[in-house]
Design a protein around this ligand. Structure first.
Ligand SMILES: Cc1ncc(COP(=O)(O)O)c(C=O)c1O
Ligand SMILES: [Zn+2]
Length: 427
C-alpha cells in the first residue's frame, strides 16, 4: 500500500465534485482527534491516522418530510451523504424492511416485548444493500471506474448486484473457503469474483494495497468507507420510525467489523439531536461467534485494546478477526450499559432453528449468532426481559443452508400411499 492515505485520484489529479454531491454532508471528521478535511475519497486522518466519518449540517429535518419519501432508504436522504437527486440514478432501492413483533420468540425466551428487524428481505438478502447504495452514490460522484470490495460474502453479493444495475464494472474479493451459495450469489452478477486463499483479514489487506495503487477503484469498505458506513444508520432510523418515532430500550446487533453497531448508535443520537425522537436510555448489545470473538473478549476482559484472532466459526459472515470499528463497539456497549457477548456454533445452529420455528424467519448464521446472544443475555441476566427489545436479523438463511442441513430434514420418507402415511405416525 502507498502509505496510509488511499485516494481515488493521483496526487496531481484534482477531484471536481458537483454542487450538492453529498447532500448536507459538510466534511470528513476524524473519530480520534476531531480534525476535519474536505469531502473526498479518503478514510484516514492526515493528523493521526484515525478513521474518518462524515460530518453534517442537517438544518431542519421533519418527520413529515421523511414520511413523504419512498419506502426505501432514500426517505432518509437528508441524513445521508447523497445528493438530492439520488432516486434518479439506478440503484437497488434497499431498506424499509419489516419490523416484526416477535410474540412467539419473546414467549420462548421470557421477554415481554420483542421485535425482529428483518433485513433478510433486502434485494440481495442482507443489510449490506444499504451500505452499498450509499457507497455507489459516492463512487458515482467521485467518477470511479471500478466498484469493488473485500467481503465475507454478503457485501460481495450486494456490490456485484448494485454494480450490475448501475452499469459500473465490479470486482469482488472473498476468502476462497466461503459458502457456495454466497459465491454463486456474487458470480451471478459479475464476471469478476476473485477467491483469495486466505482469511477475510488477508483479503482486506490485499484490497487496501490495490486501492493504493489503482486510482479509479472505489473499494466500498476501504477508501469509500466513511460514505459506505453511513448506510447502516438507516437501520436505526427505520427501527425508530417503525416503533412510532421512539427509541427501543435495548437492541442486539451482530458485530463483524463493528461498523453497523456504531452506525445504529449514531442514527439514534442524530434522531434525538434533530428532535425527531425523545431522548431516553437505549442499551446496545453486540453479538459475536465464539470462533471469532475479538470484541467480546476485550469486553469481558475489561480492556480497551482488541487483540486480533484467526476466525474458525460457521458464522463466516461475521469472521473478521481484526475489526476496524471494534474499539468503538466497546465504547458504545459500555457507555449505554449494554454488553458484547459470544455464542458457540451449536448455539448458533439452534438459534437459527428457533427463529424459524417461532417466527417463520429463516436467518443466516449471523442472525443465528444474534438470536443466540439475545437468549444468552436473558439467561445470564445481562438484558432486562421487561424492557422493549429489538434484535436485528441481517441476512438470509438460504445463503448458509449447510449450517443447518444436518439439523433439519424430512421427518419420514414414505411410499405415496395412505397406509404408509398412517404407519409413519404423523397424523
Ligand atoms: C449478515 C451480516 N450481518 C452482520 C455483519 C456485520 O457487519 P459489520 O461489519 O458492520 O459489523 C455482516 C458483515 O459482513 C454480515 O454479512
Ligand atoms: Zn485524527
Amino acid at each position: 500500500m502507498n502509505g496510509a492515505f488511499v485516494s481515488l485520484t493521483t496526487p496531481d489529479q484534482t477531484l471536481t465534485l458537483r454542487d450538492g454531491a453529498f447532500g448536507r454532508a459538510t466534511c470528513l471528521r476524524c473519530r480520534e482527534c476531531g480534525a476535519t478535511r474536505d469531502l473526498g475519497p479518503h478514510y484516514a486522518c492526515y493528523e493521526c491516522f484515525g478513521p474518518l466519518e462524515i460530518g453534517y449540517d442537517f438544518g431542519t429535518v421533519t418527520r413529515e418530510q421523511i414520511e413523504a419519501g419512498p419506502a426505501n432508504i432514500w426517505r432518509y436522504k437528508a441524513l445521508l451523504p447523497v445528493p438530492d437527486d439520488i432516486e434518479s440514478s439506478p440503484n437497488l432501492e434497499p431498506g424499509f424492511t419489516r419490523l416484526l413483533e416477535a410474540r412467539n420468540l419473546a414467549a420462548e425466551l421470557g421477554l415481554t416485548k420483542l421485535w425482529v428487524k428483518d433485513d433478510s428481505t433486502n434485494p440481495t438478502n442482507s443489510f449490506k444493500d444499504r451500505v452499498v447504495a450509499c457507497a455507489l452514490s459516492a463512487a458515482r460522484e467521485f467518477g470511479s471506474t471500478v466498484f469493488a470490495c473485500p467481503s465475507t460474502g454478503n457485501l460481495a453479493n450486494a456490490v456485484a448486484a448494485a454494480g450490475a444495475r448501475a452499469g459500473i464494472r465490479t470486482v469482488v474479493f472473498i476468502p476462497s473457503d466461503l459458502e457456495t451459495p454466497k459465491q454463486v450469489n456474487s458470480a451471478i452478477f459479475t464476471d469478476n469474483l476473485v477467491a483469495v486463499d486466505g482469511t477475510y483479514d488477508d483479503v482486506n489487506k490485499l484490497a487496501s494495497e490495490i486501492a493504493g495503487e489503482d486510482p479509479g477503484w472505489a473499494f466500498v469498505n476501504v477508501n469509500v468507507r466513511p460514505f459506505y458506513a453511513e448506510g447502516s444508520k438507516t437501520l436505526g432510523y427505520e427501527i425508530a420510525e417503525q416503533l412510532g418515532w421512539r427509541l427501543p430500550d435495548q437492541v442486539v446487533i451482530p458485530v463483524a467489523s463493528g461498523s453497523q453497531l456504531t452506525k445504529v448508535h449514531k442514527a439514534f443520537r442524530e434522531l434525538v439531536e434533530l428532535g425527531l425522537v425523545e431522548d431516553k436510555p437505549c442499551r446496545i448489545f453486540g453479538a459475536q461467534a465464539q470462533g471469532c470473538n475479538p470484541v467480546a473478549t476485550a469486553y469481558k476482559d475489561g480492556v480497551d485494546a482488541i487483540r486480533p484472532v484467526k476466525p474458525d466459526t460457521i458464522a463466516k459472515s461475521l469472521a473478521i478477526g481484526n475489526p476496524a470499528d471494534g474499539v468503538y463497539v466497546l465504547d458504545i456497549a459500555r457507555a449505554t450499559d449494554g454488553a458484547v457477548e459470544e455464542v458457540d456454533d451449536e448455539q448458533i445452529r439452534d438459534a437459527i432453528v428457533l427463529l424459524a420455528r417461532t417466527e417463520g424467519i429463516f436467518t443466516e448464521t449471523a442472525g443465528g449468532t444474534t438470536v443466540a446472544v439475545l437468549k444468552k443475555l436473558v439467561e445470564t441476566g445481562q438484558l432486562d426481559p421487561t424492557l422493549e427489545t429489538v434484535v436485528i436479523n441481517t441476512g438470509h438463511g438460504l445463503k448458509t443452508l449447510d449450517a443447518v442441513a444436518g439439523s433439519v430434514g424430512p421427518r419420514a420418507t414414505i411410499a405415496p400411499t395412505y397406509d404408509a402415511f398412517t404407519a409413519a405416525g404423523i397424523a
